[in-house]
Design a protein around this ligand. Structure first.
Ligand code: FAD
Length: 389
């Protein structure tokens, strides 16, 4: 995106990419539907960036959801709105959008050098690369936009290898951590075998004082999915501080305790516990499995109040964060104080930074790509002004 903005302004642009092709993470992101942005009111949208909001706000206001949708439409991919306000390109996947985009970059004479890995700066400040044909090569651009990504899914190319290069020149880089990632839970083998990979629809999850309603997914080794990602920073901080933490699941958020109690007292003596949970409480098989997993064998004869508490406040002990390798995004990165309002590194005038390598995080819902595109546009506009100064 930075290349497009700069080339459109008349600059001669080269993109250097370490992988054999560009946009691999964008392709991966499109597998389950490329969620470009979101339609919610901008003020609420901006709140999704938590403490980073003040530093991202101007960039997102300047190139926000409306501009991103128009950009996608301009590439032949009209943006469509999904049920929850999430915005996708018409084709849902990334490939048609990426293909059209590469076509546009080619028309703008943007050169793309693949298999070029940036390895830092030479003594006189030029960019250093390892290249397939010529080994080590130094390049002396007028201006640089770094957009090297976070460290999740390293096989797409973003492996966080840049951290040492920037820290080496004194830039404050906050440790990269998995974000929008699942958490580990020591399920019994029986439960993991039966329910690993099962969605949990319409649940509410509480972590400390924070609660969210939505969907989650039981995995063989833990729990993941939208509602868990949304609470991710709360859960992650507690796990880091205490080694583990207990989250609470409400398996029937739409029913009050009283209503649930009223339904459960209708239990007939010969009803099995699974039957009661299914029929009276309306739990799905995975919900029943969870109550049995946490409640233990004694659950078969548990008093109604205990069942109600398990259904409404099911304690699940989270023992750790799933690895960064499978995280959707990365928290941490270049401290926002290290860049000025135009996303230029204060320590390296003429070098701008965009995207996930900056220290902000956001939940899933289109907020990651939106901030990536917005900061790229802002950094490129800053770079253009720098060239024109
Ligand atoms: C499975 C998955 C699904 C996702 N789905 C969505 C979604 O639906 N909506 C959403 O908003 N976000 C989604 N995301 C997140 C989104 O893809 C990222 O936030 C976004 O791609 C970040 O863009 P970026 O340009 O900062 O970094 P990246 O897209 O990671 O690009 C960085 C590029 O830099 C290259 N590079 C790194 N180091 C070097 C080097 N030293 N030299 C040369 N090149 C280098 C990498 O190879 C890579 O191509 C998803 C992510 C994953 C993993």
């Amino acid at each position: 995106m930075a290349a497009e903005v700069l080339a459109s302004a008349g600059a001669e642009v080269t993109v250097y990419e370490r992988m054999p092709s560009v946009g691999r993470k964008l392709q991966l992101a499109g597998r389950g539907g490329l969620n470009l942005t979101h339609t919610e009111a901008l003020d609420r949208f901006l709140d999704r960036y938590g403490p980073a909001r003040p530093r991202l706000e101007a960039a997102i206001r300047a190139f926000g959801p409306a501009e991103l949708r128009a950009w996608s439409a301009g590439l032949g991919q009209r943006a469509v709105v999904g049920t929850s306000g999430r915005v996708f390109p018409e084709a849902f996947r990334s490939t048609p959008l990426l293909r059209a985009w590469l076509g546009r970059l080619s028309e703008l004479d943007v050169a793309i050098r693949t298999r070029w890995t940036w390895t830092g700066w030479t003594a006189n400040g030029d960019l250093r690369f390892t290249t397939p044909e010529d080994g080590e090569v130094a390049v002396e651009p007028d201006v640089v936009v770094l957009a090297l990504g976070g460290a999740s899914w390293p096989r797409t190319g973003s492996d966080g290898g840049w951290v040492a290069l920037l820290a080496g020149v004194g830039v404050d880089v906050q440790p990269l951590q998995p974000a929008n990632v699942g958490f580990t839970v020591a399920w019994s083998e029986h439960f993991a075998d039966h329910f690993g990979g099962t969605p949990l629809k319409n649940v509410a999850v509480t972590a400390g004082d924070a609660a969210r309603k939505g969907e989650a997914m039981v995995t063989a080794r833990g729990i993941e999915g939208g509602v868990v990602y949304a609470l991710g920073p709360h859960i992650r901080d507690r796990v880091q501080r205490d080694g583990s933490t207990t989250i609470r699941l409400d398996l029937r958020p739409d029913l009050s305790r009283e209503e649930l109690r009223r339904r459960l007292v209708t239990r007939r003596p010969k009803d099995s516990i699974a039957n009661v949970l299914r029929r009276a409480a309306g739990l799905t098989p995975v919900g029943i499995g969870l109550v049995r997993e946490v409640g233990g064998p004694g659950i078969a004869h548990a008093p109604v109040d205990e069942l109600v508490t398990l259904i409404k406040h099911l304690p699940v002990v989270v023992t750790g964060t799933a690895g960064i390798d499978r995280a959707i995004s990365t928290a941490g990165g270049i401290a926002l104080d290290e860049v000025d309002d135009r996303f230029m590194l204060r320590r390296r005038p003429g070098t701008f930074v965009a995207g996930e390598m900056l220290d902000w995080e956001a939940p899933t819902g289109g907020y990651l790509l939106q901030a990536t595109f917005s900061t790229a546009v802002a950094a490129a506009r800053g770079a253009r002004d720098w060239l024109d100064r």
